[in-house]
Design a protein around this ligand. Structure first.
Ligand SMILES: [Zn+2]
Length: 463
């Protein structure tokens, strides 16, 4: 369908509401009723009457809350980030997440622009309906002239494909309206339903000045998008959360600015294991203060690349977070510097996200957990395609397991769509801790990387 890219930035709730057909209830995570069941091919069977129906085309069905509700911060938001790998089946995953959350969560998508091919840059976001929050992230925090430790220099060929990235000015240089125009244009062309400002890394050496420069570029972006939804798009080192002086600079800006949409990424310290959670209490406390302040001030705060840590923060006051199938989409963190010697090589691990302990475990640990009598197999659309009960991981499909993770994450967020999200999250974390204890009293307790080490910290945060 040909669309004027800029048309997508106007909320279309009214148009879509008139064609809305709501499907409920259904089985799956987050569902508490089971009168219908979704077949593997997507059709829905009514268990009482035996009637089989085909769900309406996703293009006319608004599965979730309206975009304006999501932008107002009235519902939890989860954004699935397209990874460099394992991203072919996003089209199935978003509607499945709508069903699993019974439309209570804004399920959106993020296209990181830098590694996306030219086709993906124009087509990826356009496969989704415009009631979703769809972002095209220019990833400016990595730009060569930023002071980010992960700053990238693109080769000539990659540079020609991403001129906005190569030409990103240093943050303290004079405002360049032509460059800002280009950054916003790339996002509109990609089919974004909200923009992010032409800003990136905010350095911590001279925090006050760095923040002033960043907000100058935010203003330049705003002046070119006066009536469009646009997030203040900033990336920081985690020291901005732990150091009271830096944190106050950030909180002051959040409180005083007239901008209501904030997309704030923090570079975590080295976080182990991969697919684990942030456990540094100082960073978590800083996040908590940020999220509580955002909620008090009525700001819509999205925490990109924060995985389930973003889920906990959504219970405390953030509107939502982004995550993805790969570890780098789940956490933006300092990376260990491995050599490339053979001694460092390990066979790829087969992992599975266990909602019942809020942690990703290896396949062997998953089998152990199934021995616990109170363990319930996930019944999401994707787990039905995984050999969950098989004694070996032969036939395992990483992408399908990744889709299960995304659905499970969305389902966890639907729990937060309550009047008391913090209490709801507390219950989930308590249940997870109880499950870990039950398994510990069995023959094979969870250990090493399979043992979640974040649950006590999360309970302390949620109290
Ligand atoms: Zn599942």
């Amino acid at each position: 369908m040909a669309r004027n890219p800029t048309d997508r930035l106007v909320p279309m709730d009214g148009d879509l509401a008139s064609t809305q057909q709501h499907i409920e209830p259904q089985t799956g995570p987050g569902s508490d009723q089971s009168r219908t069941e979704i077949l593997e091919d997507g059709r829905i069977v009514n268990l009482e009457t035996g009637e089989v129906t085909t769900p309406p085309d996703e293009s006319v069905r608004t599965g979730g809350p309206s975009l304006s509700k999501q932008l107002d911060g009235d519902v939890p938001v989860v954004l699935f980030v397209r990874g460099a790998r394992l991203s072919q089946h996003f089209a199935d995953t978003l509607p499945a997440a709508d069903r699993a959350t019974r439309g209570q969560v804004g399920i959106g998508a993020v296209l990181p622009l830098l590694n996306a091919g030219l086709d993906a840059r124009t087509q990826f976001l356009r496969q989704f309906t415009t009631n979703r929050l769809l972002l095209a992230d220019p990833e400016l925090f990595r730009a060569e002239r930023s002071q980010c430790p992960d700053a990238k220099t693109l080769g000539p060929r990659a540079g020609r494909r991403s001129p906005w990235f190569v030409n990103a000015p240093a943050q303290d240089s004079p405002t360049d309206p032509a460059w800002v125009t280009e950054v916003l244009r790339v996002q509109r062309n990609a089919g974004a339903t909200a923009l992010v400002s032409a800003t990136g890394w905010v350095d911590n050496a001279a925090p006050q000045r760095a923040m002033q420069h960043a907000m100058r570029w935010v203003s330049a972006s705003r002046s070119q998008a006066p009536d469009e939804p646009m997030f203040v798009n900033l990336t920081f080192d985690h020291v901005w959360l732990t150091n009271p002086t830096l944190r106050n600079v950030l909180l002051h800006e959040l409180v005083e600015s007239s901008e209501s949409l904030w997309y704030l990424r923090f570079r975590w310290p080295l976080t182990a294991p991969r697919f684990g959670q942030l456990v540094d209490p100082k960073v978590l406390d800083g996040y908590k203060e940020l999220c509580s302040t955002a909620a008090l001030e009525g700001k819509n705060l999205i925490l990109p690349n924060s995985g389930l840590t973003g889920w906990v923060m959504s219970a405390i006051g953030a509107t939502g977070f982004s995550t993805g199938i790969g570890w780098s989409e789940q956490a933006y963190a300092d990376q260990p510097r491995f050599g490339s010697t053979r001694q460092n090589w390990r066979p790829p691990r087969v992992r599975y996200f266990e909602s019942s302990v809020l942690h990703t475990v290896e396949h062997a640990a998953h089998l152990t957990m199934m021995g616990e009598p109170s363990y319930a197999l996930c019944s999401c659309d994707f787990c039905r395609r995984l050999p969950l009960s098989a004694p070996t991981s032969a036939g395992w499909n990483k992408e399908v397991a990744g889709q299960h993770y995304l659905i499970a994450t969305a389902a966890l967020s639907s729990v937060l769509a309550s009047r008391r999200p913090r209490l709801a999250a507390q219950r989930m974390v308590n249940d997870a801790r109880t499950m870990v204890q039950k398994i510990a009293s069995g023959p094979t307790p969870l250990a090493g990387d399979n043992l979640p080490k974040h649950l006590d910290r999360w309970l302390a945060l949620l109290r």
